[in-house]
Design a protein around this ligand. Structure first.
Ligand code: ADP
Ligand code: MG
Length: 381
């Protein structure tokens, strides 16, 4: 997959060349899990795997789209509020949200991607952000004047059009990440900081069915709301759960379960700062990653036996610094940090070992911190 792949797919599908190819990356969260909706800090990085969107005006009343990972050509009216429940809702929703900053025309779109879908690496944000960037170029002839709004537009497409309740982290890192840097994001204010991060990360997808994920995620959000409301009884100025102190969480009248959820949130948001300090000093981030994993496993109860197995298995090898689950949990991916040669060995050895333990083949990817959304190609004169 590449820029050329997107141009070829576009040309084969529509018989003309596109006006632009834009791309945006998937992401992993290095630390700060289940923090975005609690108003704390997170530290995602863009991964090497990207989604490319080739686009041009259609010259018709409707828009058309193809994706290398879906069959057939689809047609929709980008102005319509009607969603289909299908993959192009992400495109359609983004184009709809983009109307506020662009001069809309119907478009033709070809999508190619290296980001696995539904693995928790945010293929949805990559598709939305790349679509938004390409859409701006086709509609306005340039993207710079509205670039700062890319993440908000993509996020609104996912929450308001597709209808997925998610925080703004995924779209923000996919839009604004810088190569060789993780993105520290304060989810209460939207403040961003690029943190130099040059280590390789091994991503392991446990390929677990995540049937319970949606309901459990909503359950945790509700538990965090309960904790926040209780804490606000003694501190009316508290706006977000992540701003509470560990002492306040210990002293509040909370059920054991809700207290553990809150303890994770206040501990995890502090670990983001620790991780950044250690990484900036070139020291090991292993202990803080493992502390995050334990907290997610024991207090937030969102890990899975497979994720725990990957973390424990990885930590037995020489040269591995740390590992943790990443993303919402209840399946999905773990990340491992360490010496690059050790990560490469692990990426090979873990596949058959995981398969013999869990009767399922995991996928692995190596990545360093990649760049956020960019325009990859425009025709030369
Ligand atoms: P994640 O974002 O973790 O990969 P989501 O369920 O949020 O998982 O988003 C995955 C969905 O996004 C897919 O089911 C599909 O509808 C859409 N999608 C993402 N990338 C593509 C693509 N390249 N082509 C077509 N649809 C895609
Ligand atoms: Mg997603």
């Amino acid at each position: 997959m590449s820029v050329d792949g997107a141009i070829d797919l576009f040309t084969e599908s529509f018989g003309v060349r596109p006006q632009v190819v834009a791309s945006a990356p998937g992401r992993v969260n290095l630390i700060g899990e289940h923090i975005d909706y609690n108003g704390g800090q997170v530290l995602p990085m863009a991964i090497a795997q990207r989604t490319w969107v080739a686009m041009g005006s259609s010259g018709r009343s409707t828009s058309q789209a193809v994706s290398a990972s879906a069959s057939g050509m689809v047609e929709f009216d980008a102005g319509s509020p009607q969603r289909s429940g299908q993959w192009w809702d992400y495109l359609h929703g983004t184009l709809r949200e983009l109307r506020g900053v662009g001069r809309p025309t119907s478009v033709q779109v070809a999508v190619t991607s290296e980001v696995p879908q539904g693995a928790g690496l945010s293929s949805s944000a990559a598709l939305e952000v790349a679509t938004a960037l390409a859409g701006l170029v086709v509609w306005n002839g340039e993207a710079e004047s509205a670039r700062e709004q890319l993440a908000t537009i993509a996020h609104r497409a996912e929450t308001e059009f597709v209808g997925v309740a998610c925080g703004v982290m995924d779209q923000t890192v996919s839009a604004f990440a810088r190569e060789g840097h993780a993105l520290r994001l304060w989810c209460d204010s939207g403040k961003r900081e690029h943190v130099p991060f040059h280590r390789a990360v091994l991503i392991v997808d446990t390929a677990t069915p995540r049937a319970l994920r949606h309901s459990r995620y909503n359950e945790r959000r509700a538990e965090c709301d309960v904790a926040l409301h209780e804490l606000q009884r003694s501190d009316a100025t508290l706006r977000h759960l992540a701003h509470a102190t560990p002492q306040a969480v210990q002293q509040a009248t909370l059920s054991d379960e809700v207290r553990r959820r809150a303890a994770h949130v206040v501990g995890e948001t502090r670990r983001v700062g620790e991780f950044v300090d250690l990484a900036m000093r070139g020291e090991s981030v292993g202990a803080v990653m493992l502390a995050s994993h334990r907290s997610l496993r024991d207090d937030y109860e969102c890990s899975s036996p497979e994720l725990d197995w990957v973390v424990e298995h990885a930590m037995q090898l020489d040269g591995i610094e740390g590992a943790r689950m990443t993303g919402a949990g209840w399946g999905g991916c773990a990340i491992v940090v360490g010496r690059e040669s050790a990560l490469r060995e692990l990426s090979q050895s873990i596949v058959p070992e995981f398969a013999s333990e869990w009767r399922r083949a995991p996928s692995t990817w190596m990545s360093t911190a990649a760049s956020g959304a960019r325009i990859d190609w425009v025709p030369t004169a």
